[in-house]
Design a protein around this ligand. Sequence first.
Ligand code: 3PG
Length: 408
Amino acid sequence: MGFFKQTINTVPLEGKTVLVRADYNVPLKDDGTIADDFRIRASLPTIHKLLKDGCKVVIISHLGRPEGRDKKLTLLPVAQRLAQWLGEPVRFVDEVVGDKVKMAIKRAPKRSVTVLENLRFYPGEEANDPVFAKQLAADSGARYFVQDGFGVVHRAHASTSAITQELPSVAGLLLEREYTTITHAMKAPKRPLLAVLGGAKVSDKIEIIEAFVRVADTIVISGAMANTFLAHRGVKLGKSKVEEGVGDTIDAIYVAARKKLGREDVDDFLVLPRDLAVGGALTAEEPRREVALNEVGVDDMALDIGDKSIDDVVKLATEARTVIWNGTLGMAEYPNFAHGSARLALTLATHPDVTSIVGGGDTSDFVLNWDARGGESFSHVSTGGGAGLELMAGKKLPGVESLLDARR
Ligand code: 3PG
């Protein structure tokens, strides 16, 4: 079955001016250069296809969360990096609406790419302002709007929502791929389906934990989130990061799990670490110490799951047919505490028979850094953070819902 929305493959775009919303919200280094251009690379298939169709491609995106115009958050370096990947010039206009934009697009030839400035320099963007959206559509001269910024479709902003009232709006290839891969894995996965959930906070992920209790065959809870589950069970965790005030939520998750399985003991379904790797300080040099759950010292911080728990996760991942991984298993930015995440990445990369879907900003960053093949070692590395979580939780995404329905 095809995608439920129209895409750039289902409407006649040949030779037209097309306004494309990408998500070029890329991580930046302290010196302002791009730390990771995965989101730029992920946008290339759509741009290549539009160029092949002879389109005048006008790209809009946000970068960061500026309050007004902020030259540190200009999209100019993104336009330059895009030009490197495309191997052809990319025009850049330091405005999003107005005469400068109109003139630049008018002058641009067919089969060209123009990147406009950061949408969030304009208050109308986040306000989902219809007047701003109208101007955006009119000044670009576009005949179609293409939504390809999967990472931002959970936001109802002018460039994801109001713009679709102004132009016939369809999905780009990245959006289509992300949406279909993730929804297929949630609705009709090859089983067993293993969900590996990590990251810092339970409260950020309640809805996806609930969704996985419904659809997954096993759920591994790791990262700092596991600390909170363990502390709730009375494990003494010294100075580890533990989230307060989520006891009722954890209880409700266990109630749902017991109901689903029809038994009291669900520890083989909601799998917690049975040992931990601890350190005394948050530094890259801090040595890793393996401890049992009852051996965490008063000054220790749990910074990774322990070796035995890593073996458990590896075994589960090897036996699974689908693994959805969202959230690192420990403080993966420090190599001494990246053992869990690295072993899981290695397991997935060496078991191509297991469908592996990796999502969440930190987790995607980790596997992309880890993988010499730029993410190709996994079935799918998602460009989405919050958007992926909302999609997995079964929520409707405003930036997708507002696109034209596929013809049936
Ligand atoms: C993201 O990085 O998750 C998206 O680009 C959305 O960014 P936002 O959280 O600032 O809206």
